[in-house]
Design a protein around this ligand. Structure first.
Ligand code: CUA
Length: 231
């Protein structure tokens, strides 16, 4: 991830789901841009030709019909990818091999791996002076959440106090963490790497200082990490 040029796109997408999301975002932006250009040209033209409708003998009813037909067509065009994205997201929740419970606290995250008895830890932001070379400021944590790649992982997201949000932009993940509510998200990570995110719900003084660092590794490395954490 050394190419930071993103143009007008979303964050670097690192999964099938988020690439689709990225494509959908660009698609909507293009549609929006088209509508903007069309409406601006129309306005400019009408400003200069006050008698346009009269000279073309265009009736109000026809004009109104066009004003409802075109937006409807645009909405229909948007509906197809939007609904398929929604269904794809729903299908991801079918089965899971590993469950991770994510709890938001004021102001840190804690993770519990139900399948590995005793594996639970807190994840605090690293302070400036404990950062090592190459680690991003305000995003690196002391204990990363480590998960294996190519495995269906179910995240159960909840909160111990106020509302937080567990968000990882490059994976198109953003789910509110609410106390008493278990938000469930299943995910399969096709690539290995470290993904950073931040709490995305205003939760108090240190809202900006409870980042999320998710490390996706191979299954063997995940196993050795589990053993290391249990020591
Ligand atoms: Cu936790 Cu904002």
């Amino acid at each position: 991830m050394n190419n930071y040029f993103q143009g007008y796109n979303l964050n670097f997408s690192q999964s099938l789901f988020s690439s689709y999301m990225d494509w959908f975002h660009s698609f909507n932006c293009s549609l929006m841009f088209g509508v903007l250009i069309f409406v601006s040209l129309m306005l400019l033209y009408l400003m200069n030709n006050s008698y346009y409708f009269k000279s073309k003998k265009i009736e109000y009813q026809f004009g109104e019909l066009m004003c409802s037909v075109f937006p409807t067509i645009i909405l229909l065009i948007q509906m197809v990818p939007s609904l398929s994205l929604l269904y794809y997201y729903g299908l991801m929740n079918l089965d899971s091999q590993i469950t991770v419970k994510v709890t938001g606290h004021q102001w840190y995250w804690s993770y519990e791996f139900g399948d590995v008895p005793g594996l639970e830890f807190d994840s605090y932001m690293k302070s400036l002076d404990s950062l090592e070379y190459g680690e991003p400021r305000l995003l690196e944590v002391d204990n990363r959440c480590v998960v294996p790649s190519n495995t269906n992982i179910r995240f159960c997201i909840s909160s111990a106090d106020v509302i937080h949000a567990w968000a990882l932009s490059s994976l198109s993940v953003k789910l509110d963490a609410m106390s008493g509510v278990l938000s469930i998200l299943s995910y399969n990570f096709p690539v290995i790497g470290v993904f950073y995110g931040q709490c995305s719900e205003i939760c108090g003084a240190n809202h900006s200082f409870m980042p999320i660092a998710l490390e996706v590794t191979l299954f063997d490395s995940f196993k050795s990490w589990c053993l290391l954490m249990l020591e």
